[in-house]
Design a protein around this ligand. Sequence first.
Ligand SMILES: Cc1cc2nc3c(=O)[nH]c(=O)nc-3n(C[C@H](O)[C@H](O)[C@H](O)COP(=O)(O)OP(=O)(O)OC[C@H]3O[C@@H](n4cnc5c(N)ncnc54)[C@H](O)[C@@H]3O)c2cc1C
Length: 508
Amino acid sequence: MRPTPIHLHDVVISGAGPVGLFLACELRQAGCSVLVLEAAGDPSSPLKHPPFGVRGLTVPTMESFDRRGLMDAIRDRATGRDTLGTAHWRKQPRRPGGHFAGIQFFHDQIDGERWPYRLPGEVGSVAADMASIEAVLTARAATLGIEIERGREVNGFDPSDEDVVVRAGGATFRGRWLVGCDGARSAVRKAAGIGFAGTDPEFTGYSIQVELADPGVLEPGRHYTATGMYVFTPPGTIGLVDFDGGAFHRAAPITRSHVEAVLRRISGTDVTVTALHLATTWTDRAFQATEYRKGRVFLAGDAAHIHSPLGGQGLNLGLGDAMNLGWKLAATIHGHAPPSLLDSYAQERQPVAAQVLDWSRAQVALMRPSRSSRALETIVRDLLATRDGATYFAERIWGLSLRYDLGDGHSLVGRSAPDFALADGSTLNEQLRSGRGVLLDFDGRSALRDVAARWPDRLLHVAMDARDRLGLGAVLVRPDGIVAWVHADAALDETELADAISRWFGAA
Ligand SMILES: Cc1cc2nc3c(=O)[nH]c(=O)nc-3n(C[C@H](O)[C@H](O)[C@H](O)COP(=O)(O)OP(=O)(O)OC[C@H]3O[C@@H](n4cnc5c(N)ncnc54)[C@H](O)[C@@H]3O)c2cc1C
């Protein structure tokens, strides 16, 4: 018998990790009622703090946070904890821009001319720890009045044509929609019967904090050896990759003696671990959900895709899912979404994740303890030392290559909108903080104002010049900051603009 709890939320979200929290904020800001169910009673974990909790934020993530007024808070908290990496790179003669399987590239190699629609200051990445990110998102959720029920593990649901009844922690909850943001082993994905397809692991990765009898035995830095890879940051922070087919991950407790044995084998030294303070394992398993939606159920974040942490993309991918799904689901709930809008979530996000999974697989190929991988490493190292090579890798790693296929049109369509500095001192990102789309009209044409006025609740008409227009006349920007239409050289076609608005914002 299907229990029917009385209170109906627009959306129930399983999982209060960063993706679930960010999605909840997106939906609530757009006027939807949201309930977040989180399995853990207490979100805190030493693994969410530096050094292992540090996550690199890509440009799309920083832009999303800035478009919701959260980036300053994240920067402030992260800087306070010195996780922005600035103290580290200031000590180096060159500022590192990122890495591919540990091979670094530097900011001074990058050719910014390749990105004609990037304004100065819009590139690079920053690092922030998970505890800070979750704290900022939790504070935002509290400000918006979002309900988060902790200690409620979702273990099943019953969908109908109108709603989904969710079972969690001995109680039932009801939402028009359910979104699984419940991580790699997502209960929602499993209960929905959504497939998870990909490649099995080749290695077990370790992140450990130890005390060593003699830290001088290990060479600081990253080392590929005949049996794997280790990264040593004195006095006792170590990353290890052991090509055991992923056999050890979650198979047994991580003990001091096990860690010492693996470290000795991989480093080829007789290093002695006297104490093990913190340890976690991970693998290079790369899997993706075969569907991102089944009826009234969606997946986002690690629930939809997992891969090794190499290159640090997982969180960014998940936050990108949330930014993409939030406004589309809200528009559907409010009844003004065009019919294809919800389908565009998977159409846009699945290929992005597939690319990231392949990016992480390519790094695994380079890390294998084999002669062919060392030969590959030499070639990639040479390529990364060139301006073209470093720019290519930066574009991928910083997330600048992100472009949704929105059909033919200007090369900016489908990409993130530049953060134009506007004549009144505001920026485009600030204009997007209302959660509405923006029609940016540098010449303040009355014809454009009249078109935009047909969608007053969904679209903000910003008639203002910019410090640098980048050669553009007008730009239609979706609530997630993606450019949907551009007016550049050709004669202004108001019908084309109205069509573009209807495509994303529904009928006027
Ligand atoms: C060592 C390491 C380093 C990494 N480095 C980076 C990096 O530099 N950059 C980057 O972008 N990414 C990185 N990642 C990946 C990143 O941490 C994840 O992709 C990100 O945390 C995913 O967020 P999420 O909200 O989807 O899932 P999670 O963070 O896993 O959150 C899921 C939440 O759901 C809850 N939950 C689980 N099951 C249930 C249930 N049944 N019911 C209710 N709640 C449930 C969990 O308790 C948790 O709070 C790294 C990962 C690791 C392991």
